[in-house]
Design a protein around this ligand. Structure first.
Ligand SMILES: Nc1nc2c(c(=O)[nH]1)N[C@H]1C(S)=C(S)[C@@H](COP(=O)(O)OP(=O)(O)OC[C@H]3O[C@@H](n4cnc5c(=O)[nH]c(N)nc54)[C@H](O)[C@@H]3O)O[C@H]1N2
Ligand SMILES: Nc1nc2c(c(=O)[nH]1)N[C@H]1C(S)=C(S)[C@@H](COP(=O)(O)OP(=O)(O)OC[C@H]3O[C@@H](n4cnc5c(=O)[nH]c(N)nc54)[C@H](O)[C@@H]3O)O[C@H]1N2
Ligand SMILES: [Mo]
Length: 819
């Protein structure tokens, strides 16, 4: 007789790619038999799964799964642990927390909740509970580290806030999608995004890929535009110059949606305020001029619909003199700024032929409404400015927030908490003891040298694998851990970080716990355990309630993970409706979303407005100075970069390259999710052959090297000894390696992250970030009313230095020395 099959819905364990798929889990005899794509309500749902999704069924059963609480018995990092009981672990950890809090204050406890790789990420119940504990106890929360901010901030400067939009945009695209700075196709966005992009290509949409190396996205694109690493700002400005000089811009859009026609005082660099030029006009209003130099007030429309220019017919390129100063429109300033960036000049920086620059620019306009798909591939300190320059091009084309056009920011899911679920019902305890300091690694390091400031003694690493994934491993080994009295890691497997922990707590996988997430394709999803937790694994919700009890805030954690789901849905989504579909998946009405209906239906599509409304303004709140899209930002004036710009970076510096001639490019792996899936045999087998450092055969020949030989990868931070691979797809001047392999793969030698500089230090701070960050945080918290927990910031230092590293690859002799 066939055994009974149980089916549950679970978040994909490989959530970190930001595709946010739900999987249908099939269980036989108490064991996961398989997972497969599950059906969402509605037409062509954005839920597909990839090879990692399918193989995630193996994650709970992996050989290095942590099944019991462990206590360190050897040195930190040595990997020697003894198995202890939950009671012992929780008692000892809680006692140390209490002791540190009594001596150094509750803020000496740091919670790391870097959520990227955790199923449900910042939208998960378990992440909310981390905030709840922090606010109930007034502990410190670590700022997110080292990732993904170039794009976020680039768009924030131009749009005024963090923008998220839908992966469905290619469904309405005109004739072209430019994929700029990213490798989505079958690689970093392997499920729904890949399908939406390839479906568009099948309909005849041209895919253009602009990238620094020939990756799988380049291979599939209709046109590949190779660009030198970190020079995209120059290419985008070159394209802007073509569009402006050839008159290809969308004047109507620029007037209607942007501050292009607003006058700027060229003495101060600030947008002219109406009161400055027109008697009796408002302090907060702006000014435009017509062809004859007549002025008109533009009412500041922050929070209101744009009121237009009154009787004035504004001149986009106006220049006037008044009060002894020269005033120019921001469009005129952009034109002058771009005059330097002729297609010929950008070629000297980017390596993209002038004719290609012209052709790509002209086609982008001719094929509009067209999409520019931006992702996180510009991990350089100039990424904010490069992304701004790309956005400027999109604004000139009138392709922002236009149906079928727009820029596509392929981060996160399809909507934000603003529209979906109110997560604060769990994040904030009944009694808030304190709003929890947000600390950066830098603050923590400084405190170790100064006994007069807040000290940090306990590190609870609830999510993430910083010792593998964050740059500068040495900083952890030498500078952080020796000053931390208690280091605890929640984990599902024995990672590099767990190995350095004093206690390792076994957490449930996505298949062993309750969760609700409001996200994918605007759906809210109900997940329940497919299997009983293996070994003694417990959910974060349970672990927190046990610790909370022992440190005196237990009353805030009086529910189980299952019970929290009812709070999230019945309180957090109160008043929200879901779309009801008939059998043919056509919408026929709506129904209220309640915990009980969701539990029955598993997935409900929330009835919320699309992220990009027809009228074109992406999201409704424009919180820039002028309340419009701005390619000119007055806040940044005076530090030299009011426009999106090209800023030279280390890897482009000839003097530095004389010592270390190769870009040290440490990328992510197709078959892994950062450090995850490295313990799954199928994935490891596929990836194993690619372990080492890859060079272009010509670079190898120059060094007298052959495929497979063991070489040293060297820079001022250390030496990594690995096998060499010759690859034609790696450009000259680059050494490519993967950062996902655990440190055990690098015996007696450095790991890639050792050769990378410290992040979040003042040296890495750029002027743009220093000026922009406080304004961004202010707008988020005070204007939008976003709770402080969701400011999406890493601190004032731009952390996008991941690929701005140099190295050399050197031959070693048979006695192991460098030749
Ligand atoms: N050199 C270089 N470094 C980089 C990057 C790069 O491009 N180059 N990229 C950066 C980027 S963009 C990112 S987002 C970061 C990612 O950095 P991390 O967030 O550290 O990446 P993951 O390896 O996904 O870490 C997630 C951890 O959570 C664990 N985990 C998974 N599921 C569960 C669960 O259900 N419960 C618990 N308790 N644990 C779970 C996994 O085992 C894993 O160890 O890396 C950054 N580092
Ligand atoms: N398989 C797999 N998928 C993942 C992850 C994973 O670890 N493995 N991690 C997930 C996470 S956390 C993130 S943040 C995303 C990141 O996803 P992506 O941003 O798509 O990918 P990355 O690997 O960070 O970027 C590498 C690509 O960026 C482009 N690139 C790099 N430098 C330059 C440059 O100077 N100019 C231009 N024009 N292009 C450049 C190239 O196309 C290169 O292949 O991937 C997610 N998906
Ligand atoms: Mo990321």
């Amino acid at each position: 007789m066939p055994s009974e099959e149980k089916v549950t819905y679970n978040l994909c364990q490989g959530w970190g790619c930001h595709e946010h798929c739900l999987v249908e889990t099939h269980v036989k005899d108490g064991k996961i038999d398989r997972v497969q794509k599950c059906l969402f309500p509605g037409k062509r749902p954005a839920n597909d799964i990839c090879m990692k999704g399918i193989l995630s069924a193996k994650i709970p059963y992996a050989k290095d799964r942590i099944l019991h609480p462990l206590k360190r018995v050897g040195e930190r990092g040595e990997g020697k642990f003894e198995q202890i009981s939950w009671d012992q672990a929780l008692d000892e950890i809680s006692a140390k927390i209490t002791e540190a809090a009594e001596k150094y204050g509750s803020r000496s406890i740091i919670l790391n909740q870097f959520w990227c790789g955790y199923p449900g990420d910042w939208k998960s119940t378990h992440n909310d509970l981390i905030y709840r504990l922090a606010f109930a106890y007034d502990a410190s929360i670590l700022e997110y580290q080292a990732v993904d901010y170039g794009l976020t901030f680039g768009t924030a400067v131009v749009n005024g806030l963090f923008t998220v939009n839908s992966r469905r945009l290619p469904e309405d695209v005109g004739k072209e999608i430019i994929i700029w700075g990213g490798n989505p196709l079958g690689f970093t966005r392997p499920a729904a995004s890949t399908h939406f992009l390839l479906d568009a290509q099948e309909r005849g949409v041209k895919l253009v890929h602009i990238s620094n190396l020939f990756d799988v996205t380049s291979a599939r694109a209709d046109q590949w535009v190779p660009v030198k690493s970190g020079t995209d700002g120059a290419l985008a400005l070159g394209m802007c110059s073509v569009v402006i000089e050839e008159g290809l811009y969308d004047a109507e859009f620029l007037l209607d949606k942007t501050s292009a026609a607003y006058l700027v005082n060229t003495e101060t660099g600030a947008y002219a305020r109406a009161a400055e030029l027109i008697e009796g006009a408002g302090e907060g209003d702006f000014v435009a001029a017509d062809k004859d130099g007549n002025l008109g007030v533009v009412a500041h429309p922050m929070g209101q619909p744009f009121a237009g220019y009154g009787d004035l017919t504004p001149d986009l390129f106006a220049t006037i003199e008044a009060n002894g100063a020269v005033y120019k429109t921001s469009m005129q300033l952009l034109r002058e700024f771009c005059q330097e960036w002729t297609p010929e000049h950008q070629e000297t920086v980017t390596g993209v032929p002038a004719e290609t620059c012209r052709q790509v620019a002209r086609e982008y306009i001719a094929n509009s409404p067209a999409i520019i798909y931006l992702y996180y591939g510009l991990r350089y300190p100039n990424a904010v400015q490069s992304n701004r320059a790309i956005l400027t091009l999109a604004l000139l084309a009138g392709n922002v927030g236009r149906k079928g056009g727009t820029i596509m920011l392929a981060g996160q899911g399809d909507q934000t908490t603003m529209y979906g679920m109110d997560q604060n019902v769990i994040r904030f305890p009944r009694e808030v003891r304190g709003m929890s300091d947000r600390v950066t690694i830098e603050t923590i390091l400084e405190s170790f040298e100064n006994p007069d400031v807040q000290q940090y003694k306990v590190w609870l690493n609830c999510m993430g694998n910083p010792l593998l994934n964050w740059p500068n491993k040495d900083m952890w080994r030498r500078r952080i851990l020796p000053n931390i009295d208690l280091f605890v890691s929640w984990e599902i497997r024995m990672t590099d970080t767990a190995r350095y922990a004093d206690y390792v707590l076994p957490e449930t996988t996505t298949f062993e716990r309750y969760e609700t997430v409001c996200d994918t394709d605007n759906c809210v999803m109900y997940c329940e355990p497919a299997i009983e937790p293996l070994g003694e694994a417990k959910s974060t919700a349970w672990i927190f309630s046990e610790i909370a009890k022992r440190i005196g805030v237990g009353s805030e954690f009086d529910l189980t993970a299952e019970e929290w789901q009812r709070v999230r849905i019945d309180e957090g989504m109160k008043g929200k409706n879901a779309i009801v579909f008939d059998d043919g998946q056509n919408p026929i009405g709506t129904e209220p979303i309640t915990y009980d209906t969701l539990k029955k239906k598993k997935v409900m599509r929330v009835d919320i407005p699309p992220m990009i409304p027809e009228d074109g303004l992406s999201m409704d709140a424009h919180t820039t100075t002028t309340g419009r899209f701005e390619f000119y930002n007055e806040l940044l004036n005076g530090i030299g970069h009011p426009f999106g710009d090209f800023e030279p970076i280390d890897i482009l510096d000839d003097e530095r390259r004389a010592e270390y001639p190769l870009q040290f490019y440490v990328g992510r792996h197709k078959y892994f999710m950062q450090g995850q899936f490295t313990n799954i045999a199928e994935n490891h087998l596929l990836a194993e052959k690619q372990f080492g450092v890859a060079l272009n055969p010509v670079e190898a020949k120059k060094r007298g090297m052959v495929d497979g030989e063991i070489v040293n990868v060297v820079n001022s931070r250390g030496t990594m000894r690995v096998p060499l691979q010759l690859r034609d797809d790696i450009p000259m001047g680059m050494a490519h390696t993967w950062y996902s392999f655990d440190e055990k793969h690098y015996p007696n030698t450095c790991c890639p992250q050792d050769l990378m500089h410290a992040e979040n230090t003042p040296e890495r701070e750029t002027a743009v970030m220093r000026t922009y960050y406080p304004a961004y945080a202010y707008v988020n918290i005070n204007v939008l009313g976003t709770p402080q927990v969701m400011t999406h910031v890493a601190g004032p230092y731009t952390p996008e230095g991941l690929w701005n590293q140099l190295c050399d690859v050197r031959k070693i002799t048979s006695d192991g020395k460098e030749a």
